[in-house]
Each structure stands twice: as structure tokens, then as C-alpha cells.
Design a protein around this ligand. Structure first.
Ligand code: HEC
Length: 152
């Protein structure tokens, strides 16, 4: 009986930790980017959620190598919406995207490897090159501030 109670307690505490684990992991990933940014940039002053927000919403023209057909302007927000605590929608496939903020979606930013892969892919697609460690760190710092889904 005692054992069962203890196990239940252990289970409960594990699940209550995991509700926050992702924001914690996200913070750790942001810290990692911060360390890299600091190592490569002597003028580094820290991560900026403010700049992360600007970056998230900044529209970039998709240049596909054809001056007569420059493509349309898209931002991270085009698919992830301007509130990363909200579900997004893929602008090409129309598929739903779960919220990007690790505060409301515990599955986000749980693996350094996956995050790095997604960043490289999406940065190349949207910005045309990989984002810098500073930009990635700012981005996560910003997402961590978005905790409230919009009222519908
Ligand atoms: C064309 C649509 C689209 C645009 C534009 C877009 N994304 Fe995404 N993004 C997605 C989809 C779809 C997923 C989620 C796949 C999934 O649910 O695992 C995703 C997931 C991510 C993830 C994964 C987080 C995690 O740990 O699960 C990161 C990081 C990310 N996007 C960064 C960016 C950045 C940075 C930009 C802007 C430079 C951007 N995205 C723009 C569609 C987009």
C-alpha cells in the first residue's frame, strides 16, 4: 500500500514537472544559442525577446531567382500566426499547425536536434539562409513570452 502511494506520488510529480519541462528545455536551448552567439560576436549583449518578435513578424520577399517573378512576402507569422500561442495554418497546404509557444504546447522545443533542423529548414525557406544563433535565441526568448492564446 505504501509502495503504491509512493509510486502514485512519483508519477504525479513527474507529470507535473513535464508540464513545465518544455519551457525549461526551450530556455536551455535558448541559452545554448546565446552561448554560441556570444562566442561569435564580441558585441553580444544578450538575447532580445523584442527582436525575436520583430523577426517573427518581418515579411521577406521570396526570391526564387527570377526577377520577373519575385514571389510573395512571407514571415514566420504567415504560418505560425502573429500570436505563437495560437494554432497556425500552413499557407501552402492549409494544414493546421500546433502552437509554437513552448509555454502552451509542451511538445515544442523539446529536442535540440529537431529544433535545429526546423530552424535551418524554415529559415532557408523564409529568409533564404539559415538564421544566426542570435536570431534563433531571440526567437525562442520571444516565444517564451507568448503565454496566452487569443480569445476567439
Ligand atoms: C510555410 C509555413 C511555415 C512558415 C512560413 C514557417 N514555419 Fe515554422 N513550422 C511550420 C510547420 C508546419 C511546423 C510544425 C511541424 C510540426 O507540427 O511538428 C513548424 C514548426 C517550427 C519549429 C519547430 C518547433 C518545435 O520544436 O517543434 C520551429 C523552430 C519553426 N517552425 C521555426 C520557424 C521560423 C524561425 C520561421 C520563420 C523564419 C518559420 N518557422 C516559418 C510551418 C512554417
Amino acid at each position: 500500500m505504501k509502495v503504491t502511494k509512493y509510486m502514485l506520488f512519483a508519477l504525479l510529480s513527474v507529470s507535473s514537472v513535464s508540464a513545465y519541462a518544455d519551457a525549461i528545455t526551450a530556455q536551455k536551448i535558448a541559452d545554448k544559442y546565446a552561448a554560441t552567439a556570444k562566442a561569435v560576436d564580441p558585441s553580444y549583449v544578450g538575447l532580445s525577446a523584442e527582436e525575436g518578435k520583430t523577426f517573427f513578424n518581418r515579411e521577406v520577399i521570396q526570391f526564387k531567382g527570377d526577377v520577373n517573378n519575385p514571389g510573395k512576402a512571407i514571415a514566420c507569422a504567415s504560418c505560425h500566426t502573429s500570436n505563437p500561442a495560437d494554432p497556425g495554418k500552413h499557407i501552402v497546404t492549409g494544414k493546421a499547425i500546433k502552437p509554437l509557444s513552448p509555454v502552451v504546447n509542451s511538445k515544442r522545443f523539446s529536442s535540440v536536434k529537431d529544433v535545429e533542423k526546423k530552424f535551418t529548414k524554415h529559415c532557408n525557406e523564409v529568409v533564404g539562409s539559415d538564421c544566426t544563433p542570435q536570431e534563433k535565441g531571440n526567437y525562442i526568448a520571444y516565444l517564451l513570452t507568448e503565454k496566452t492564446p487569443s480569445k476567439k
